[in-house]
Write a protein of this length. Sequence first.
Length: 286
Amino acid sequence: MSSREYFTYKGVSFPHGAVTAKSIFQMENEFQILDDDVIIVTYPKSGTIWMAEILGLIKQKGDPTWNHNLITWKRSPWIESITGLENALLNPPPRILLSHLQFHLFPKSFLQTKAKVIYILRNPKDVLVSFYHFSIFMKIFPDPGSLEEFLEKFLSGNVHYGSWFDHVKGWMEMKGSPNFFFITYEELQQDLRGCVKKICHFLGKELNSQQIDSVVEYATFQKMKENKMSNFSLMPDNIVDHKKGRFMRKGISGDWKNHLTAAQNEYFDRVYRENMQGMNTTFPWD
Ligand code: PPS
């Protein structure tokens, strides 16, 4: 099998090279989540690294030194990746961890702890567009083909981490639980300061007004784009093709309007409605 094809684990697709069946199994069954862990959980391309930057800044009370001196995947290990376990064990508690796993594959130990999950959602049409460009940039991902072809794969869940719908529906079952906080990329875009205050409240962190200003300043798209510890410019050449794109691409909401045709948009809406019926949460894009 080509290294640029997906393998599946319990029905979910993963690319070779970043995660293995063993690394996922270890997370699912053996990894010990700790009570004071904060875990960022997302479907890919929903604002994961943005939240990692925000949480790093909150942890340091607005001081950007940590974020500017340590690579993002060491500050906030991607737990199910090949190096995730090692990086997670290197971090003293309280840890910031991140995961893209669907709820049914998430570490079983989580449910016995008081660990907190921050789940970020983004308009799936923008996820699709961001994911498409990212798949061109990532050498280890299968060739996404045309946007039309990728749209089909995305809507049927034949992409990295499987179906967006399954991911969201699985995790939103946690809604209402005191250690689960969900927020959207669109809310972060609209009112970053307000969101930072809400996140601090959820984490039980008290930052003064100046410290919050600093979190907001260093978590802007422009500042993160300049931070080589967060902008993926240090990602090795065997993983990404730096000539074909960049991680900090546009950082906007609604870019799908520049990419989807009217017919593709209608098709997307139809599949979205079919899959999301019965969900009792309204999102900014509904
Ligand atoms: S990944 O690879 O799954 O971890 O990607 P993820 O971090 O979830 O999402 C990447 C997209 O988030 C955008 N981004 C931001 N937008 C606004 N402000 C800030 N500070 C920010 N940081 C990252 C990033 O540009 C990707 O979106 P697109 O639409 O591709 O630009």
